[in-house]
Design a protein around this ligand. Structure first.
Ligand code: NDP
Length: 483
């Protein structure tokens, strides 16, 4: 059996060892999940809600242990890990409570030609869903898909990131302890090849969260079997600061948005566009706040070894093209710990502006007006989230940004509100987790009509009376504007 060793990014120590599931083992997990599907579906929304609540309480009881595991495997501070768990549990709770109302049967109105039918729509589970998760929020992110897929009545095979397999296995064990019965949630650990096997395993949908590059491979593999896929990919989110903004709040949001989790957040602020009237004041505030943040203290190490090189290359590229490091810079990169780096005057075509950096860096750029800020924001091929700080024009600016969500006067509030959908456009992916949209993502719509009485206007018969055709002609004319 091949195994996967987990190496703590902070210390280089081996902190866990997990099986690397082969394609056959993935197929077996899918087969087991499929065998549980009709039992889980048959429980109905209330029966599943009781069990998902038990899982939620089990996670809450073990939250300290889980936070410790997240800290050990991917390096974020324990308190931030607890914040992540708290947010994930809120989503699980909302999804469980609302699944019946969102997905259960609801009536639709027929048209004048079909008045004799009672019309119903309901959302049925797809069957078995494969969830592939990243390491940066190893609880919050997969739970977005897991909660909705399970609440909708699917069984799930979950492949956590190779950097956080222990977190994935912990969630699976907690489910088994909380929920009796056949294997509704199976966890398969392994590297990319295990994820690739899951894409080809015949599951009914893949909920993928990860980088855009891997997303492309996943979409290609899923296309072979016409397996639908939800794509939650990378981002290059901007924060826009208007001349009338609360600059202290905006600077605080920029620093938390850019530096928390060492910048390894899909919705991290990576670019800041600031109205020139307040640019210098804002930049001073950002630098003052960021100076107080140290990698190894408030933020952890860079989790993936290869990412250090990416961050370093983005900083160098920005400086080579005429940018300035007003805090940090090339010296900020020391092994796996990267100190906060603020870059100014960085050309818009440099990698630090166009590519996902995934490190504790910000580019801060002056703009002549908010039209320009919006235009530069929308130039990105990513479109995940954005933040706008403006006292008077926040919603108006927000509406013009091309992204799955915008938070006004706060950083990523939308991601923590369970009734709101989360997802992107362009290279940030397609489909949504969270909220009603997230629930529908793991179900198919089924329409049912029941004829209540024979139609007074028989249309769908070869033997319809000639007057019926005349009536149709009149209806077309009256209803569609000929008269
Ligand atoms: P990756 O794309 O490297 O990996 C994501 C998952 O895909 C992992 O479980 C990975 O396994 C697996 N995988 C790798 N190769 C394949 C393959 N060929 N087929 C199927 N699965 C495969 O992303 P990261 O884990 O590095 O996560 C960071 C990325 O995720 C960032 O780009 C970030 O922006 C994005 N993200 C997006 C979010 C969103 O909501 N839009 C939320 C959080 C993160 P393994 O790790 O074992 O290689």
């Amino acid at each position: 059996m091949t195994t996967l060793e987990v190496i703590a990014p902070a210390t280089g120590e081996v902190v866990g060892s997990y099986p690397a599931a082969t394609a056959d083992e993935v197929a077996e997990a899918v087969r087991q999940a499929r065998s549980a599907a009709s039992w889980w579906d048959g429980l109905g929304f209330a029966g599943r809600a009781r069990r998902l609540d038990a899982w939620r309480r089990r996670i809450a009881r073990g939250a300290d242990e889980l936070a410790e595991l997240i800290h050990r495997e991917m390096g974020k501070p324990r308190a931030d890990a607890m914040l992540e768990i708290a947010m994930a549990l809120e989503h699980l709770s909302w999804t469980t409570r609302h699944a019946g109302a969102v997905l259960g049967p609801s009536q639709r109105r027929p048209t004048s030609l079909t008045l004799n039918h009672k019309c119903t729509v309901e959302y049925r589970p797809l069957g078995v869903v494969g969830v592939i998760g990243p390491w940066n929020y190893p609880v919050f992110t997969p739970l977005g898909s897991l909660s909705a897929a399970l609440a909708a009545g699917n069984t799930v095979v979950f492949k956590p990131s190779e950097y956080t397999p222990g977190v994935g296995a912990w969630l699976g064990n907690a489910f088994r302890e909380a929920v009796d019965g056949p294997p509704v949630l199976r966890v398969v650990t392994g590297a990319g090849s295990t994820g690739a096997a899951l894409c080809r395993s015949g599951v009914d949908k893949i909920g993928f969260t990860g980088s855009t590059a891997t997303g492309r491979r996943v979409a290609a593999a899923c296309a072979e079997t016409l397996t639908p896929v939800l794509m939650e990919c990378g981002g290059k989110d901007a924060l826009l600061v208007d001349a009338d903004a609360d600059l202290d709040a905006a600077a605080d949001a920029a620093v938390w948005g850019g530096m928390s989790n060492a910048g390894q957040t899909c919705l991290a602020v990576e670019r800041v566009y600031v109205h020139r009237d307040v640019y210098e004041t804002f930049l001073d505030k950002v630098v003052a706040l960021a100076r107080g943040i140290r990698a190894g203290k408030q933020i952890g190490p860079v989790t993936m070894p290869g990412q250090v090189e990416v961050i370093d290359s983005h900083i160098h590229d920005a400086l080579d093209r005429g940018g300035r490091a007003v805090l940090g810079g090339p010296d900020a990169v020391r092994g796996r710990f990267v100190q906060p780096t603020i870059l100014a005057d960085v050309p818009e075509d440099s990698a630090a502006v166009t590519e996902e950096t995934f490190g504790p860096t910000l580019t801060v750029t002056a703009v002549s007006d908010m039209d320009t800020a919006v235009e530069l924001t929308n130039r990105s091929r990513f479109g995940l989230g954005a933040t706008v700080f403006s006292r008077r024009n926040g919603p108006a600016i927000a509406r013009r940004i091309r992204s799955g969500a915008v938070s006004v006067n706060a950083f990523v509030a939308h991601a923590s509100i369970p009734s709101l959908p989360l997802g992107g456009v362009g290279d940030s992916g397609y489909g949504r987790v969270h909220g009603a949209d997230g629930l529908r993502e793991f179900a198919y719509a089924r329409a049912t009509t029941v004829q209540r009485f024979p139609s007074p206007l028989p249309l769908t018969s070869f033997y319809r009376p000639p007057w019926a055709d005349a009536v149709v002609r009149v209806i077309v004319a009256v209803r569609h504007g000929l008269w």
